[in-house]
Design a protein around this ligand. Structure first.
Ligand code: TRP
Length: 448
């Protein structure tokens, strides 16, 4: 234990919690959408290749920083840099995560609303003819008050876990919820694959087709990998800061990346065949979850059961990610200002709740709350995940590769590792491949 900070009780606990941070809404709606829009099996090829070539090395960079400093993002940069101004990069990571948390919690709140809706059999979700006229979403989340209320409820749940601390809250919750998530996912895939016509979708999605790989597909795969592995927001720095020095960082990074990709692919095996079976179009973002999937469930036999499973799964995935987002804010105030954990967690939750209100309102049917020419939530998502995340990621890799130094980081990664045979390759990756890859992601987002 270093400087009296909280620590993980076991390495498995760390792996589950970090996988919980990685596996989120991004795996369930973003991945299948990206895959479908970029040619199914043709998307899997660059995705898997870049996961190991770019994703894992980037995760290792953040792990090295966090464990070496035993501090959250702000403190880690201050401790390892000669120039204290680097602390600002950590600050930017904290801000980015908190902005993401604000609208993430809004979407997660709707998932919880749908869980309750399926459990109690709301007509909008279960009655065939409820479709006529209004959209399902407009019937379930019909007022700003409802949207804000579910958002508040979800944020309170998140804060409740973070207040309990690293091993007593975050680790404990993930130990139960991550295995449960896998069970729910497998149950759902079973239901979907029993539908006629679903297997064609499965084959289309899973057959790798090298010839169909496109440049757009490669960029989409890269940006998906960064968001999904929670890179750039300080999560990985923070979670690694609670690790003992004997922990095996390279091995952990590979396990977490593999878990994240497995759940993404499994989510694809559920969503894509379902759309094939009913010949429904792929939609992006919340529309896929809250409109298209609810239509799928109405067509399926056990509507209420399947709908409940699906949104319960989403709520769990979102909760474990939201916890990781709030923990970054919390750890920063605990480390830097010696705030108590409850004060730190509640202040972050209050800030993100307030910032989430315009997002919550902007999605209610008929709202005209816009920013940068689009609805407020989408605008905030663009600013945070397409602009702020790549900028912080870039600064983090440049710091690890060139300022703190890839050789020092390599030493950190070797400590506790059973083997790290790709150490030299890793140094090259942090110094050259990663900065280039991140600049590509940024350019890709800007030209769109
Ligand atoms: N990775 C999560 C998802 O796929 C979202 C997330 C959690 C995240 N923590 C993050 C994204 C930190 C960026 C940075 O939904």
């Amino acid at each position: 234990m270093t400087n009296g900070r909280d620590t993980w009780r076991s390495n498995l606990g760390f792996i589950l919690a970090t996988s919980g941070a990685a596996i989120g809404l991004g795996n369930v709606w973003r991945f299948p959408t990206m895959a479908t829009l970029n040619g199914g099996g043709a998307f899997l090829v660059p995705y898997v290749a870049l996961l190991f070539l770019v994703g894992v090395p980037a995760v290792l960079g953040e792990f090295a920083l966090g464990r070496a400093a035993s501090r959250g993002p702000v403190g880690a940069f201050r401790a390892l840099a000669a120039n204290p101004r680097w602390g600002w990069v950590g600050g930017l990571a904290v801000l980015t995560s908190t902005v993401i948390l604000s609208y993430y919690s809004v979407v997660a709140g709707w998932c919880v609303a749908y869980v309750v809706g399926y459990l109690s059999g709301w007509p909008a979700l279960v009655a065939q003819d409820a479709l006529v006229g209004a959209s399902t979403f407009a019937q379930v989340i019909s007022t700003p008050r409802a949207s804000i209320g579910w958002h508040g409820l979800f944020m309170a749940l998140t804060a409740g876990v973070v207040i309990k601390g690293v091993s007593g809250g975050i680790e404990r919750v993930n130990r139960v919820l991550m295995p449960l998530l896998l069970v729910l996912l497998i149950l759902l895939i079973g239901q979907v694959l029993s539908l006629e016509g679903s297997w064609e979708g499965l084959v289309w999605f899973l057959t790798p087709r090298w010839a169909d790989v496109t440049a757009d597909g490669v960029m989409a795969a890269l940006s998906q990998i960064f968001f999904s592995l929670s890179l750039g927001g300080g999560t990985l720095i923070t979670f690694a800061s609670y690790l003992p020095r004997r922990s095996d960082l390279p091995r952990n990074a590979v396990s977490i990346a593999a878990a994240d990709a497995t759940v993404a692919v499994l989510a694809g095996c559920m969503v894509i065949p379902a759309l094939f079976a009913f010949q429904l179009p792929m939609e992006s973002g919340p529309k896929l979850l809250f409109e298209v999937m609810t239509r799928v469930f109405k067509e399926m036999p056990a509507t209420r059961f399947v709908g409940f499973l699906f949104f319960f799964l989403l709520s769990i995935a979102a909760l474990t990610s939201a916890i990781s987002l709030l923990e970054i804010w919390a750890t920063t105030w605990i480390d830097e200002r010696r705030w108590s954990r409850p004060t730190a967690a509640l202040s972050g939750a209050a800030f993100a709740f307030a910032l989430g209100i315009p997002s919550a309102v902007s999605q209610v049917p008929g709202s005209r709350l816009t920013l940068l020419g689009t609805d407020f939530l989408s605008a905030l998502d663009f600013i945070a995940s397409d602009l702020m995340l790549p900028v912080t990621s870039l600064l983090i890799v440049v710091f690890v590769g060139w300022v703190w130094g890839s050789n020092k980081a390599r030493k950190e990664l070797t400590e506790g590792a059973r083997q790290f045979r790709t150490a030299s390759l890793w140094e090259q990756a942090v110094r050259y491949i990663l900065p280039v890859a991140i600049v590509l992601v940024m350019l890709g987002a800007l030209v769109e």
